[in-house]
Design a protein around this ligand. Structure first.
Ligand code: UT7
Length: 319
């Protein structure tokens, strides 16, 4: 038993914040942001939009693209760093908003920017074990809510959005392999400096030692590419598409170089979406599926790196 992606969907809030707008708030410039990150703009959720609302819009598209009824979903996994509530989970809120009342399991996965890769791996394992047939896997984030908009070294990076896939049981792969890692020793390099259990005062926000994170991200993503290829006895040239986590164009270019891959075969959305954390890969995937770049038979490599640190990859064949 394998799993395969049967449909994709995504959602971006309508409000666009340009670099020029940001430059009116902090000491930065459009040119600096573009040169150092590749980002031109980001989408920002409206006050009434929470992560589960973004997830709902993306999920409805994925369900429609898969040609199934919401009630057929028998597993919901939501990757998010920015849940609506401490509990219930965003997955339970999404289940209710979708009107899925069949009692299927629904839970969140928290692996920050690697969240979607983690969630897809979890759902793939459920399906391989015969415990689910139609899994809804979502990455959804309202990173704008934990961004310190006065910290120019960090606030330029983030955006809001959601992406979703329906993962279906299949006789053939589909998902070829998944590889997940974490190393909590790096917790302080990229974190939110407060939380529920540690006593939140409501004033916490993301903190990042950007250039240290950058260097480790490039090295680690190099290693996950090697690990994924070796595990499947594949050559770099066997990969048709790289769908990377969209943190920084320079990190993406480094991974493409490692793969000996032209940027024409890399799905880039960081310019328009910025870093949407767990939502960035499914947003990029949906973009390239809908515009017809990713086609049946293509081998697609997804990879991500994020706070924790966490990192991982998913290799799949587009069916
Ligand atoms: O998705 C999860 C993982 N996250 C990442 O992968 C992000 C990784 N890090 C990065 O993308 C980059 O480190 C940043 C884009 C955050 C920063 O770029 P950088 O090239 O590493 O810059 P830096 O932090 O080394 O700073 C270089 C200079 C500094 O000035 P001095 O000390 O050289 O005078 C900063 O103060 O740039 C300055 N600077 C800025 N200048 C204009 C920092 N932020 C800004 C800014 N505008 N927004």
């Amino acid at each position: 038993m394998y799993s395969r992606v049967q449909g994709t969907g995504s959602y971006l809030p309508s409000r666009i914040m340009t670099n020029h707008e940001l430059a009116e708030q902090v000491d930065t410039s459009h040119d600096w942001i573009v040169e150092r990150t590749g980002i031109h703009q980001r989408h920002i959720a409206a006050r009434h939009e929470n992560s589960s609302d973004l997830a709902l819009a993306a999920a409805l598209q994925a369900i429609s693209a898969a040609g199934i009824e919401a009630d057929e979903i028998d597993l919901i996994v939501v990757a998010t760093t920015t849940p609506d509530l401490v509990f219930p989970s965003t997955a339970c809120l999404l289940q209710q908003k979708l009107g899925v009342a069949n009692g299927c399991p629904a839970f969140d996965v928290q692996a920050v920017c690697s969240g979607f890769v983690y969630a897809l791996s979890v759902a793939d394992n459920f399906i391989r074990a015969g415990q689910a047939k139609f899994a809804l896997v979502v990455g959804t984030e309202t990173m704008s809510r934990i961004t310190d908009w006065s910290d120019r070294s960090n606030c330029i990076l983030w955006g809001d959005g959601a992406g979703a896939v329906i993962l279906t049981a299949s006789d053939t792969p589909g998902v070829i392999s998944t590889h997940l890692h974490a190393d909590g020793r790096y917790r302080d390099l990229l974190c939110v400096n407060g939380g529920v259990s540690s006593g939140a005062d409501g004033a916490y926000a993301m903190r990042m030692q950007g250039s240290a994170v950058f260097k480790i991200a490039v090295k680690t993503l190099d290693a996950i590419v090697d690990e994924t290829l070796a595990a499947n006895n594949l050559q770099k040239s066997d990969i048709n598409w790289l769908v990377p986590h969209q943190a920084n164009i320079r990190i993406i270019q480094a991974t493409a170089k490692k793969l000996g891959m032209s940027m024409n075969n890399v799905v880039v959305t960081v310019d328009k979406h910025a870093n949407t954390s767990a939502a960035s890969i499914p947003l990029a995937l949906d973009t390239a599926v809908r515009d017809g770049r990713i086609r049946s038979g293509d081998v697609v490599l997804m990879e991500a790196f994020g706070g924790g640190f966490t990192w991982g990859s998913v290799l799949l064949k587009w069916v």
